[in-house]
Design a protein around this ligand. Structure first.
Ligand code: FE2
Length: 424
């Protein structure tokens, strides 16, 4: 007797298969017969491993307008505004907002999130709050927390100590923000320091790296060197890397092999990069997204991160990683069918690899987490950003949604509109 059987779904590789689940694991995939306590008919629907977001700020989410709006729309005003909010936000405020966001995420099939947590204030209320959120959502959502010195590791008197305190409290990943240190030199020093902390503690490392339009912001070079030196490999990720958009092509031809050699991964955040970068430009105006296809051509694992939803830096957002991939696809001009399919894989498989998630996928033995989408294949899912008909997390159905087709009543042409092209 299976606990749950997903019948007839189309997997991302176009295979049609049943998926049988016992407890929190997938126990059979293919043509499966046998009784099950619960059956979901996914005939014609896309069944995917869950969405994964490797870059988010859960301590700031759903705070849009608090205590005021970001009028200039720049990264720097966002950081300033966040400084005002974190001074007044209570632990309970942050927990309530983060849990509300986690509900949105779960309903969207987004079941693993890496969130940076600001460790700048000595009170570390954000860390206290996010550790509590992680505990409360653990049954259905895998939350990784990053000790993130938002105002710089060396720029505040207690910046470095507070990162260490947060790690001692149980935060999982070491952060960093070299382009925000006082000088390029101190930025490079911070990377050497943080890489050693990550290596000594056996932790992963994820750096807000070169989130600037300055083509001379070359911290990713130092980061890659430190990743290689300490053998961190795919346990290290460079987030944003937007300066690479503006770098000299000859320099990038040397840089990409260095990044590939290190084994580190990359997390561009297209919704945020396209709205925040290029704000000092007139025309032509740069896009500010890093070189995604070029990194992938060098064998570097690149995912798409969401970064922000309704916070000091971004006024919109939905917790739908398909929105993120949709924007990334457009800005990076990844319009070939193979590239569009890759964009879907970036918010699933690639992001899971970046977070080093255990048991991720739809193979026998993998964790029984998946999402059923009202689409026939990954490219159609990107085009429609469709309803999530069912979300299963660790063997349990945590969300169901009815199909939502429009009923038309046009003269002489009554009927139902389905925007799907593939599938049924
Ligand atoms: Fe970020």
């Amino acid at each position: 007797m299976f606990d749950l059987l997903i019948k007839g779904g189309t997997l991302p590789d176009a295979t049609v298969a049943d998926i049988a689940i016992k407890g929190d694991r997938i126990v059979d995939v293919g043509r499966v017969d046998g009784p099950a306590r619960e059956i979901i008919d996914a005939t014609g629907d896309l069944v995917s491993p869950p969405f994964v977001d490797p870059h988010f700020h859960l301590d700031a989410t759903l705070s849009y307008g608090l205590p005021r709006l970001n009028v200039s729309g720049t990264l720097l005003e966002g950081i300033e505004l966040w400084g005002e909010l974190r001074a007044i936000a209570t632990v309970d405020d942050m927990i309530a907002r983060a849990l509300r966001y986690c509900d949105w995420a779960a309903a969207m099939g987004l079941l693993a999130i890496r969130s940076h947590v600001d460790t700048t204030p000595d009170h570390l209320r954000g860390v206290t709050a996010m550790l509590e959120v992680k505990r409360q959502v653990a049954d259905y959502l895998d939350l990784q927390l990053v000790a993130f010195p938002q105002d710089g590791l060396y720029r505040t008197p207690t910046g470095r100590d507070n990162v260490l305190r947060a790690l001692d409290m149980g935060v999982d990943v070491v952060g960093g923000i070299p382009h925000f240190e006082r000088t390029m030199g101190e930025g490079a020093d911070s990377l050497r320091d943080l890489a050693r902390i990550a290596a000594d503690r056996g932790l992963m490392w994820d750096v807000h790296c070169d989130e600037t339009d300055d083509p001379q912001s070359r911290h990713v070079e130092t980061m890659a060197r430190e990743v290689t030196r300490h053998g961190l490999g795919a346990r290290a990720a460079g987030s944003h890397l937007t300066s690479m958009h503006s770098m000299d092509n000859y320099y990038v031809s040397k840089l990409l092999p260095l990044i590939a050699e290190s084994g580190m991964t990359a997390i561009p955040n297209p919704l945020i990069n396209i709205t925040i970068q290029g704000r000092h430009d007139t025309f032509p105006k740069r896009r500010g997204l890093t070189r995604v296809r070029e990194m992938q051509a060098h064998g570097i694992t690149v995912g798409w991160g969401q970064d922000c939803v309704m916070d000091p830096w971004y006024s919109l957002g939905t917790a739908d990683m398909l929105d993120v991939a949709f924007m990334g696809l457009h800005v990076a001009q990844m319009t070939h069918p193979a590239e569009m399919a890759r964009c879907f894989a970036m918010v699933t498989d690639a992001n899971a690899a970046i977070m080093n998630l255990e048991g991720y996928g739809l193979k026998v033995g993998d964790k029984a987490s998946l999402v059923v989408l009202d689409a026939g294949n990954p490219v159609e899912a990107l085009r429609l950003r469709p309803d999530r008909l069912a979300v299963v997390s660790k063997g349990k159905v945590i969300s169901r949604q009815a199909r939502n087709d429009a009923r038309l009543d046009l003269p002489g042409r009554p009927g139902t509109v389905r925007r799907r092209h593939g599938g049924s």
